[in-house]
Design a binder for this molecule. Structure first.
Ligand code: AHR
Length: 308
């Protein structure tokens, strides 16, 4: 495992702060806003951390450029969320050559050599997809006939889009009473949910279920369905992922039926991992957040506990 390089006159100074470089992937969703705030607040609270935060605005090229800039600034640790899974081998190799450990958070990478990153802190996206499908199976497997599903996917090539889809399909695979009638690709934004659902409606697809890969897309899709005179949450079952406050409000209003939890509040765990690395402690390769599901039935009670 890669350790922080504390050699050299400057780095040996006990008063020296840990230079932490963070690359934020974008601002596509309310989940992302909560995640960014959590990382910033947790790092800024620490006296011994100097934070270098960069905002990549949803661009992989910008993320790569920013990681290179952090390497040039000789930060001690880089934390970043890869927008998509592939295309990181070269820049991660550059970080390794510079002796800078990389912590992945929220999304994973697919690289030739997994020792290019030190640890992953985030959710199990496959399980999130499975949770949505299991909930659907429990409630709708015996309704008779075939249940037509529309899936609204997140960013193409991103870990949450690939893995939520994988988990969802895996659970429904052997059940012929569920059929995915359309699976459209968006980008985790409200606007993409709205546009994709409008397209589905225009194409004449009439689903009984909409599964959106995040709350923002579900809320956009709900708007499109309402404009078309439909009753989301009543005529059409709507499910999503994240469980943000906005999703709880939609559940209380009876427009959203289920939101699978994806916890964005990863700041404290990230800071702990950074400090452990700095203290040359071993840290786990995967730090996975424990999560649940929330449905409309209990939304009124559960919203009180929501912090994001
Ligand atoms: O990678 C996590 C996903 O990205 C969240 O589900 C979504 O809201 C965000 O934009």
């Amino acid at each position: 495992m890669m350790k922080l390089d504390t050699a050299g006159p400057d780095k040996a100074d006990p008063r020296r702060k840990i230079k932490l470089g963070v690359v934020i992937v974008g601002s596509e969703s309310s989940w992302r806003a909560a995640n960014t705030e959590s990382i910033k607040t947790a790092a800024e609270q620490e006296q011994d951390i100097e934070l270098f935060m960069q905002y990549a605005e949803g661009s992989q090229d910008k993320e790569i450029e920013m990681i290179r800039s952090l390497i040039r600034q000789k930060v001690d640790v880089i934390v970043f969320t890869p927008i998509v899974e592939t295309g990181w081998d070269e820049v991660l190799e550059e970080a390794r050559k510079a002796g800078i450990p990389v912590i992945l958070t929220d999304r994973k990478v697919k690289v030739e050599d997994d020792s290019l990153w030190t640890t992953f802190i985030g959710s199990d996206f496959i399980e999130e997809g499975r949770r949505a499908a299991r909930w659907l199976l429990e409630r709708y497997a015996n309704r008779g006939g075939v249940t037509e599903i529309v899936e609204l996917q997140g960013t193409a090539g991103s870990a949450p889009a690939i893995e939520r889809r994988q988990g969802f399909e895996e659970v429904l695979a052997n059940n012929s009473s569920f059929h995915v009638a359309a699976s459209e690709i968006g980008d985790f934004t409200y606007d993409s949910g709205f546009q994709l659902m409008n397209k589905v409606i225009k194409d004449g697809v009439m689903p009984q279920v909409v599964f959106a890969h995040n709350d923002d897309m579900a809320l956009g899709a709900i708007k499109a369905m309402e404009q078309a005179g439909m009753k989301p949450g009543k005529d059409i079952v709507v499910m999503s992922v994240d469980a943000t406050k906005l999703a709880f409000q939609a559940m209380i209003a009876g427009k959203l039926n289920l939101s699978v939890e994806c916890n964005p509040l990863l700041g404290p765990q990230i800071v702990k991992a950074v400090k452990d690395l700095a203290a040359a402690k071993e840290i786990p390769v995967n730090i996975i957040t424990s999560e649940g599901i929330f449905s409309a039935e209990t939304a009124k009670r559960d919203i009180a506990m929501r912090k994001y």
